[in-house]
Design a protein around this ligand. Structure first.
Ligand code: CUA
Length: 186
């Protein structure tokens, strides 16, 4: 194998390389699908997260009714206070999903029958937005199936900005990749 064949993207192309361009096309398509799925997931979450759901107080317990579906939770943003007992009543509208919040130590498996889970939010937990996420693979949007439980009154933290930063970085890498790929094809 010559040096040129080892790096077909960087080496100047003297012959036609149908395999390289086919592989490039597959990779680019995969990137586009990944990014657009992520964008759609964030957009849908953005719509549902305009106002946090504060649930309903029933005998001192804060109850949240949540529906899970590909690939978001409705409501996707909840709000409670430290020290409160909260009850999640969660149903899946389509296939099997998970529902987990690491900081509260639970991980549920969802189906079309409502799953109920009661948990006490520790009174000394720091104010913040705790991620609730799907823990069971459910298709291409699975990694983006997330929501948040606001506890107390957090400021604008890094956690809120980070997903957007990550998206911008990914798009940037994608752009560089396309430019490099085009130069290589010339
Ligand atoms: Cu829903 Cu994974």
């Amino acid at each position: 194998m010559t040096e040129e064949e080892k790096s077909p993207l960087e080496a100047p192309q003297k012959q036609r390389r149908p395999y390289a361009s086919a592989a490039l096309l597959v990779i680019i398509t995969a990137f586009i699908i990944t990014i657009s799925t992520g964008a759609i997931a964030y957009a849908v979450q953005g719509l549902t997260e305009a106002e946090p759901d504060e649930g309903v107080l029933v005998n001192g317990v804060r109850e949240f009714r949540i529906t899970a579906q590909q690939w978001y939770y409705g409501p996707g943003l909840l709000k409670a206070d430290p020290g409160e007992t909260v009850k999640f009543i969660v149903t899946s509208a389509d296939i099997t999903h998970g529902f987990a919040i690491n900081e509260l130590g639970f991980n549920l498996s969802l189906s079309s029958t409502a799953v109920k889970h009661e948990v006490v939010i520790p009174s000394d937990i720091p104010d913040g937005i705790y991620t609730m996420y799907c823990s069971i693979f459910c298709g291409i949007g699975h990694p983006y199936m997330k929501g948040g439980l606001i506890v107390g009154t957090p400021g604008v933290g890094l956690g809120k900005i980070l997903p957007y930063v990550a998206t911008v970085v990914m798009v940037g890498i994608f752009g560089v990749f396309i430019v490099k790929g085009r130069r290589g094809a010339r």
